[in-house]
Design a protein around this ligand. Structure first.
Ligand code: AQP
Length: 332
């Protein structure tokens, strides 16, 4: 069975709608037909400052949301990145194979470092994509289900896999990004020119899955659109409406064309109200399931320990091969 791998940061507790539609929903679908590895990437989270107690709690909340969204530990390997030390170990090797200029071209780092300023930008944030390379290659993943913002990181992973394979000998599977066009980039509800993001969106532009559903419904109803009135799909001229149509389509299962026909003769308000209701209908049972998993942290931790053990079995084998290929003396 093809292998898939992906991860999500536990940086602010609640996932947002972009995380869910861009990535997590695909994870749930892919676990059925693939050998799937999914993780909460706490090592990535500390590239920016984290309060220890909050990080620990947010890691559990993240795992609970993944289960609440429909991941099933019987059908996938769900674990916490720091439970598998091979991630940090392979990252070092990859650091030594990546050019400084090559790493400097990563647009996410450029965006974030310009937002934080040089003094608050860590070396960890700079090497974040290299850790991600290690995450993916350790599991010999064929496909990486992510949002559009991660495409460049999967591309550099491919480059590094090929570099290692040609410098030493075929060792790594060269992974492909798995990005669904329709939900690859969910936009900020207040600024449809930019992606919905935990760290960059205004509170009104960001739909957090664990927020009070009434508050999120209000955000949909006050989403920024344009001065027109006809509900139609046009990413350039009607970025806000097009974003709402894509979200509606993902949640309702109707195509954008069907929705445009459905809203014919009605104005933007009708689309916003219907979307608010649709979201509420989906999010209430999601929150309920997530709460159930959070109510039993001991069981949650046990499930994550089982996942870590399964992950380590694969990761340690890859790392041992890599150490051998690069010429490290065996420990015994
Ligand atoms: N707006 C989005 N549309 C589609 N997919 C998205 N993803 C993130 N934003 C969108 C995808 O979600 C997965 C997890 O990403 P992450 O761990 O990088 O999550 P994050 O850091 O919480 O994402 P943000 O909001 O983008 O945070 P900032 O801006 O702080 O880094 C990934 O597959 C990602 O593509």
């Amino acid at each position: 069975r093809p292998r898939v791998l992906s991860g999500i940061q536990p940086t602010s507790g609640s996932f947002h709608l972009g995380n869910y539609l861009g990535a997590v929903r695909q994870w749930v679908d892919l676990q059925k037909e693939n050998d799937a590895f999914y993780m909460v990437v706490d090592l990535h989270a500390i590239t920016v400052p984290q309060d220890p107690a909050t990080l620990r709690q947010n890691t559990r909340i993240s795992a609970a949301q993944l289960l609440g969204a429909g991941l099933d530990p019987e059908h996938c390997t769900l674990f916490v990145q720091s439970h598998v030390p091979e991630h940090a170990q392979l990252a070092w090797v990859m650091n030594c194979l990546t050019g400084f200029g090559e790493a400097s071209r990563m647009t996410q780092f450029k965006d974030k470092s310009s937002r934080y300023g040089a003094d608050s930008t860590t070396v960890g944030l700079f090497t974040y994509p290299i850790l991600q390379i290690a995450d993916i290659l350790l599991y010999q993943a064929d496909a990486v289900p992510v949002g559009e913002d991660q495409r460049q990181h999967v591309e550099i992973t491919r480059d590094l896999a090929e570099r290692f394979n040609s410098r030493y000998s075929p060792t790594f599977t060269v992974p492909k990004p798995y990005i669904l066009k329709e939900t690859a980039k969910i936009q900020d509800l207040q600024d449809p020119a930019v992606k919905m993001s935990k760290s960059a969106s205004s509170p009104k532009g960001l739909v957090s899955l664990l927020d009070e559903p009434k508050a999120s419904a209000k955000k949909f109803r006050s989403a920024v659109t344009d001065t027109g009135t006809v509900v139609s799909y046009d990413e350039q001229e009607k970025a806000g409406v097009s974003n709402l149509l894509r979200i509606h389509s993902a949640l309702s299962g109707q195509s954008v064309e069907q929705l445009v026909a459905h809203f014919e003769g009605r104005m933007y308000g009708a689309l916003k109200t219907e979307l608010a209701e649709l979201f509420t209908e989906w999010v209430l049972p999601f929150q309920e399931r997530t709460r159930t998993f959070l109510d039993d942290p001991a069981e949650l931790d046990r499930a994550l320990a089982v996942g870590a053990e399964k992950a380590r079995a694969v990761a340690s084998e890859t790392l041992a091969t890599v150490y051998d290929r690069i010429g490290f003396l065996p420990a015994s």
